[in-house]
Write a new protein. Structure first.
Length: 168
């Protein structure tokens, strides 16, 4: 008997569909972050920035949305022109609600560890490309606000007074 677990399908499409449904059920707008450099991604080139694109996949923004175990497919308008979009599940980096930012960066598929003979003879598994690490960033802080000598000052700034004078 072998200790190797049976092969399972990817968990990524299930997480994507579950998070999409959770976001939509809460009245929020689901967006996906896509690595546009992955093979099979078909999105308008003008929407891509730094190799990534954020797509609004809300029912009101797309037509014929299909999310299966292989890809996300829909039609959407870009600059007033309807275009077909195809995103392989492996290219979806995250799904989140636009209004709150709540969501999830999708984890890589878990590959069963074990013997090298897990793949059928003559087939090798392609290495999974490294994914960028996501970090939490304070959107309000700037370099000039940072104080390297001590902890940040949590006191609110003095309210600004109006510069207008009443003249009688």
């Amino acid at each position: 008997m072998t200790d190797q677990a049976p092969a399972m399908t990817s968990h990524r499409p299930y997480l994507l569909r579950a998070l999409y449904e959770w976001i939509a059920d809460n009245g929020m707008t689901p967006h996906i972050l896509v690595d546009a450099r992955r093979p099979g991604v078909r999105v308008p080139a003008h929407a891509v920035q730094d190799g990534r694109v954020v797509l609004n996949i809300a029912d009101r923004a797309v037509a014929r949305l299909e999310m299966d175990n292989d890809s996300v497919r829909f039609s959407a308008r870009f600059g007033g022109v309807s275009q077909s979009v195809v995103v392989p599940i492996a290219a979806v980096l995250a799904v989140y609600a636009r209004e709150t930012g709540q969501g999830m960066a999708l984890p890589e598929d878990i590959v069963a560890s074990g013997d090298d003979d897990a793949a059928p003879a003559g087939e090798t598994q392609a290495p999974t490309p490294a994914r960028p690490a996501f970090e939490s960033v304070d959107g309000g802080a700037t370099d000039r606000d940072a104080d390297a000598d001590g902890p940040p000052d949590d006191t609110p700034p003095e309210p600004r007074r109006g510069h207008l004078r009443v003249i009688k």
